[in-house]
Ligand binder design. Structure first.
Ligand code: USQ
Length: 384
């Protein structure tokens, strides 16, 4: 049975990933420091539906399913000895690393937000790399990066690497990075460390440069009410489409920042798990730093808002789009053409954003009883 260590297994992506791998016969251990729950508390926000404490959701899984999940509470950034212990004892074949502060606005709120993000994300990645070198040099690390590492350059975005000819000479170099927040910059720093560790130590890494994820359910979250995942709609931890759906369901304006021409890659939560599974089942070679762009479709923010408005109309809601002054510093109209063929070549079958998918998320969001309208509006600005 392949042993998978999931770092950040209590999160929006980590929890359904853990259940998926357990459900498909892998031996799964999740590690989490529960920091996201503390950051939520600090920012005064909660997931759309209350999430049981980690012990309870794991107990629920272990009673509901055949293959149990093991769990360990540890801070991988601040306690490297705990990380070493874990790698030594569990000896994973593969590691899925989600244990990072995931929000761009959180990282831009003040100095503390930026430093917390770097301290957690970059130090955690370093500790994982040293633990791998020491105890599991043959293991495969699957690391969640972000499409936001590239920014919005005026040329095609390749998958991690770029063939360059300069002054008559050629090379294959890491694709240039233009992160749009300190959060995205922390992921760029991670990528630099990972590439060096592959080149220097011969370990194998897949860096998944993921787009914006949407969705609320996976086959495993539907197995029991206590197995749902942590879905955010607030302006700090909620991502664009998830926020728009809750805004429409609760008769609040859909908040488009600026012109709405900002174009990004998007994917369904189900496809996040499909992509991670493909990466795990088809590992990078020894010493390889492999980068996949992980998204299935590209939309502008305004196109998304319009899609949500149309889907809401189909079930009798008259959702309004409100254009807000952009709290971020980003291009609002730009060229965007990102490649995403590597995962498709491995067999990814995209679940695209149909009206039916949107209506499903809308109907799920309608069941939420306690939506805090105050956290729907962005408070954090990139510029003072
Ligand atoms: N946006 C709006 N209105 C909103 C929220 C967002 O117009 O109410 C716009 C933003 O200005 C931005 C775009 O939608 O242009 C995407 O924003 P987002 O908050 O959905 O995504 P982002 O901050 O980039 O971060 C999210 C996740 C992060 C992940 C990233 C993938 O929080 O963990 O890495 O998506 S990507 O965007 O491809 O970098």
């Amino acid at each position: 049975m392949k042993k998978i260590l999931i770092l950040g297994g209590d999160g929006y992506l980590g929890w359904p990933t853990a259940m998926h791998f357990a459900n498909h016969g892998y031996q799964v251990m999740i590690v989490d420091a529960l920091l996201k729950r503390q950051w939520e508390e600090r920012m005064g926000v909660r997931p759309l539906f209350p999430i049981p404490v980690l012990r309870r959701r794991v107990e629920c899984w272990n009673k509901t399913a055949k293959n149990p999940i093991q769990v360990k509470i540890a801070d991988i950034a601040q306690n490297h000895l705990a990380v070493y212990e874990l790698f030594k004892e569990f000896s994973p074949d593969a590691i899925i690393h989600y244990a990072e502060q995931p929000s761009a606005p959180f990282s831009m709120k003040d100095r503390n937000g930026a430093v917390t993000t770097f301290d957690n994300n970059v130090k955690g990645t370093l500790n994982v790399l040293f633990a791998m070198r020491e105890f599991t040099p043959e293991a495969h690390l699957v690391k969640l990066g972000t499409m936001g590492e590239y920014g919005t350059p005026n040329i095609d975005i390749e998958e991690g690497w770029l063939e360059i000819t300069h002054n008559g000479r050629k090379d294959r170099l890491p694709y240039p990075k233009l992160p749009g927040s300190f959060y995205h910059a922390s992921k760029v720093a991670d990528s630099v460390l990972l590439e060096f560790a592959c080149r220097g130590w011969g370990i194998s890494v897949t860096d998944l440069n993921q787009g914006v994820v949407y969705g609320i359910e996976t086959p495993e979250t539907k197995m029991h009410p206590d197995l749902l995942t942590s879905f955010h709609y607030d302006a700090v931890f909620g991502t664009a489409l998830n926020r728009f759906v809750v805004q429409a369901a609760k008769n609040q304006p859909i908040t488009v920042y600026g012109e709405g021409g900002q174009t990004r890659g998007f994917l369904n939560l189900i496809d996040t798990i499909q992509c991670v599974r493909l990466a795990i089942d088809n590992p990078a070679k020894s010493g390889e730093f492999r980068v996949f762009n992980q998204f299935t479709e590209m939309f502008s923010v305004m196109q998304l808002a319009q899609k949500v408005k149309d889907a809401a109309k189909g079930i009798g809601f008259d959702a309004q789009i409100e254009i807000l002054p952009n709290p971020r510093v980003e291009k609002e109209a730009h060229f965007y053409n990102a490649k995403n063929s590597a995962l498709k070549l491995l067999g990814l079958k995209p679940n695209l954003l149909s009206e039916e998918v949107l209506v499903n998320i809308l109907q799920r969001a309608l069941l939420a009883e306690d939506v805090d309208h105050a956290v729907l509006r962005p408070e954090i600005r990139w510029r003072k």
